[in-house]
Each structure stands twice: as C-alpha cells, then as structure tokens.
Design a binder for this molecule. Structure first.
Ligand code: FES
Ligand SMILES: [Fe+2]
Length: 330
C-alpha cells in the first residue's frame, strides 16, 4: 500500500530538539532523505542532496554557520542559497539546496516536505497542570497503515499484550461508542481499569478511554479516571518510506500524580515491553505481506474502525455519524 494521502503537507516530528546540533542529522521522511542542521540562521532542513552533483549534504560539516558539502566544498546558507564555491573566488551559483519546512515546537523538531504549509498538529494537553515527555522510538519494519490499525484495535491487547494490558482469559465488559467526523474519528471505551498488571500499576481507577485518529499518521489515546485525565499519548507513525516507520510519542500526565521524572521512568519501564510486542507483531505482518504479496484484510464482527481508517488514509472524507454503544468483551 502506498504512503498515506497528504503526507507531503503534514508536519511530522523527526528529532528531539537536542538531537540537532552542528553535526548534520540525517532523517528519511516519506522516502525523501533529509538533512537537519543548525547554522548562522538557526535550524534548517534540506532535502539531502547537493544541487551541484547530488552528494548527500548530511555527510558534510557546518563551518562558519554554513553547511559545507564534502565533495567540492560548496557552502550553503540556511535558506539553501550557495554562499561560497571554493576555488572560484567571488563566483556565485544560482543553484540552491532544496529546503524543507522545519519548526521547533513542544521540544521537538517537526518537518513538512511542502514547506509553505501552515503549522498544524493534533491538539494536545498544554499548560502548567501537565507534565510531558517525548519518546523517540527506533525505526521499525512496519507500514504506517498497519501501525495505525494496530494502535486503534483493542482486540489484539488480550493476546499480544496478554498480562501487560489486558488478560486473555479474564475479559471485561466494555462499551464502545464511535464519533465520526468528516476528517477523523474517535472511539470511546467505557470500562473499569484493564486487568493487566501494567494498567493496574500505572493507572488507578478508570472511567473511560478514547482513541482518536488524526489523519494521516497520528493517533491520540486519552485515559480518564474519576478526577479527569490520567494519561494522554499522542503518537505519530512517521513513515521513513513505505516499509519503515519511526514513531514519535508525546506523553502528558496531570501534575498531581507524583514527580515528573518518576512518572516518566515508570511509563518507560512498563511500556518498553509493550512497544516491543507491537513492533514484533508489525514486523510479522510486513514479512507476510511481502511473502504473500499485497495486504488482504478480513473484517471481523468488531472491526468497526478499519474501513474508516482506510478511507481517511486514502484521503477520502467520511460521513459524520455516531455509532454505538456496542458491547464488547476485552
Ligand atoms: S557535489 Fe556538492 S559541492 Fe559538488
Ligand atoms: Fe498494541
């Protein structure tokens, strides 16, 4: 399957602020190699290709605030203009490095292939009442669509995360309602806390949870207890290409629930294994899709979200509606 529609005009997190310094940093977004660097004009991002002879600029160095190509030493300013051609004193070139939209926000670096796109990201908890941290995950062999389908799908949690999130043989009654808008959808699950030990240890009593898809590549999960939000996770499955993703997640918790460093340490400790379990499952899907050729989806009786996900992924609007509540056992 192709990359999602509108990926070129989507702002995507690709690095933590601190990861981009004077040494150029290479990333790949939707099949396009990119170089991030800091120079005299601050943060810049180019397609990773010297306009002179195609050498990857990420192999270069920042000297005197300019990015210098290692092949013939042409030096580029932050706006892509060529500032110096060694051996040709005073000469200039109209050739420019191709810039990519870049923006620092919320403590990370976002890029957008179509640079003139307004900066829009999913709404996230903000303000002095919340603590936040980012989790920049390793690249995984997975297709964006499968990663989104996985994170929106509650039924795999009893099996893939048996004992961690839910328990295979101890199911709970859950009420699912779905709110569909033209450009997204949100599923709400009313239930008690899951039986898995991670949920028990981290969360406390639950009243409901919600999962929302923000096309093309973002998901947001919110967990709520009697006093309101307990955890919000916004995750971007940034496609490096059509078979690799580099997930970036922002975790927000209310300040009342203990010191920020402790919450972060606990969440990382518990979730590390869960993230691995999903990465393993996604790799199996990718391998089998490659082996059997082309994905084939079968819809079970409770797969109410995947057709909506597919439409939005392909850039097709949905018909606004409310569905449910549906009873399910998870
Ligand atoms: S290829 Fe970059 S300076 Fe020639
Ligand atoms: Fe999962």
């Amino acid at each position: 399957m192709k990359l999602p529609a509108h990926i070129d005009t989507t702002w995507l997190p690709v690095a933590l602020d601190g990861q981009v310094g004077k040494t150029p940093l290479k990333r790949e977004v939707a099949g396009i190699p990119i170089v991030l660097w800091r120079g005299a004009e601050g943060l810049s991002a180019f397609r990773d290709r010297c306009p002179h002879r195609n050498y990857p600029l990420s192999q270069g160095r920042v000297e005197q605030g300019r990015l210098v190509c290692p092949y013939h030493g042409w030096a580029f300013r932050g706006d892509g203009a060529c500032a110096d051609i060694p051996g040709c004193a005073g000469a200039s070139s109209r050739l420019k490095a191709e810039t990519v939209g870049v923006r620092e926000a919320f403590g990370v670096v976002f890029v957008c292939l179509a640079g003139n796109t307004p900066f829009v990201v999913p709404p996230m908890p903000e303000g002095p009442e919340y603590d936040h941290f980012w989790w920049a995950m390793k690249p995984e062999a997975a297709r964006v669509f499968d990663a989104l389908d996985n994170v929106l799908d509650p039924f795999h949690t009893n099996f893939i995360h048996d004992g961690y999130i839910r328990v295979k043989h101890r199911r709970q009654r859950v009420e699912q309602s779905i709110e569909v808008s033209e450009d997204g959808f949100e599923a709400t699950y009313v239930q008690d806390t899951d039986h898995g030990w991670m949920s028990r240890a981290l969360e406390g009593p639950r009243t409901r949870s919600r999962g929302r898809y923000f096309p093309p590549v973002a998901f947001q999960g919110r967990w709520e207890g009697p006093k309101g939000l307990t955890l919000c996770v916004t995750i971007w499955f940034v496609p490096e290409n059509d078979s690799m993703i580099r997930p970036f997640a922002r975790f927000s918790t209310p300040k009342s629930k203990g010191p920020a460093w402790l919450k972060e340490a606990l969440i990382r400790l518990f979730l590390f294994r869960v993230i691995d379990q999903d990465a393993d499952a996604l790799r199996h899907l990718s391998d089998n899709i490659a082996r059997f050729g082309g994905p084939r989806f079968g819809a079970g009786p409770a797969d109410r979200l995947s057709d909506k996900l597919m439409r939005l992924y392909l850039g097709q609007p949905l018909t606004p509606e409310r569905l449910g509540p549906f009873e399910m056992w998870l």
